[in-house]
Design a protein around this ligand. Structure first.
Ligand code: GLP
Length: 247
């Protein structure tokens, strides 16, 4: 099976294992392309990368990065934008050249322009050497929400009610959560050389079971990962609690 599962005792161990996957790539290929993700799940992983950098173990000076997605309507100065998040959580703490980091422009109102820029960046850098993913409770990856079919390329997304509700915890109230986003498509994500999906907590357990053992179905976008040749799913015990093949 293409998916390798790593079950960790807790969030901290999951984060360290995820950071190790990135560290291996950065050490073996300094000019690597990192596909990065936001959300609360990768926060500790980014802290570990910053600690490794400070300790002299990692050098990001030649690395480049592309993020999965961005809220439409939020700019880099908005503390809820994913650009702001990346700068705060990682880029300001390591020696990556900020000009070599790309997050799609949430302030661009025209879908064609915004997504065209994301596609052009991916073309210029080439496929990510490693793509980090979190997962939504409904199996979304990036902002590829459950749908009738997989959307392959970068696109504008109308966020589902469950995603808006889940992400409301970061905003003053639910009405402030953007209803749209720009996201890499499934084909963009699948073109990465290696994919590392992280999940922590009971709320993600069902999505993880469906990702690993369900049918490949656009209604569970993460299930497509079964078709990728090099996927590692790193979970804590709670997120692993519904994996049928572990019982
Ligand atoms: C958002 C992001 C996803 C992320 C998901 C889960 O919707 N677009 O990339 O995986 O949230 O977030 P969290 O890690 O906070 O549970």
């Amino acid at each position: 099976m293409a998916i390798r599962l790593v079950v960790c005792k807790d969030y901290d161990e999951m984060s360290r294992r995820g950071a190790d996957e990135i560290a291996k790539i950065v050490q073996s290929k300094p000019e690597c392309v990192l596909g990065l993700a936001t959300g609360s799940t990768p926060c500790r992983l980014y802290e570990y990368l910053a600690e490794d950098y400070k300790a002299g173990k990692l050098d990001f000076s030649k690395a480049r990065s592309v993020n999965l997605d961005e809220y439409k309507g939020l700019g880099p100065d908005d503390d809820q934008s994913y650009r702001f998040f990346m700068n705060r959580e990682l880029f300001s703490k390591i020696n990556i050249n900020i000009e070599n980091t790309f997050v799609v422009n949430g302030l661009e109102p025209d879908e064609k322009i915004a997504c065209g820029e994301l596609e052009a960046q991916l073309d210029e850098y080439g496929p990510a050497d490693i793509q980090i993913l979190g997962i939504g409770e409904n199996g979304h990856i990036g902002f590829n929400e459950p749908a009738e079919q997989f959307t392959l390329r970068a696109h504008e997304v109308a966020l589902t009610e469950s995603t808006i509700a889940a992400n409301a915890r970061f905003f003053e109230d639910e009405s402030k959560v953007p209803t749209k986003a720009y996201s890499m498509g499934i084909g963009n994500i699948m073109s990465a050389g290696k994919i590392v999906l992280l999940a922590s907590g009971e709320k993600k357990a069902e999505a993880i079971e469906k990702t690993m053992n369900g049918i490949v179905d656009p209604k569970v976008p993460s299930s497509i990962l079964q078709l990728h040749p090099d996927v590692v799913i790193i979970v804590d015990l709670a997120a692993a609690s519904k994996i049928s093949t572990l019982k």
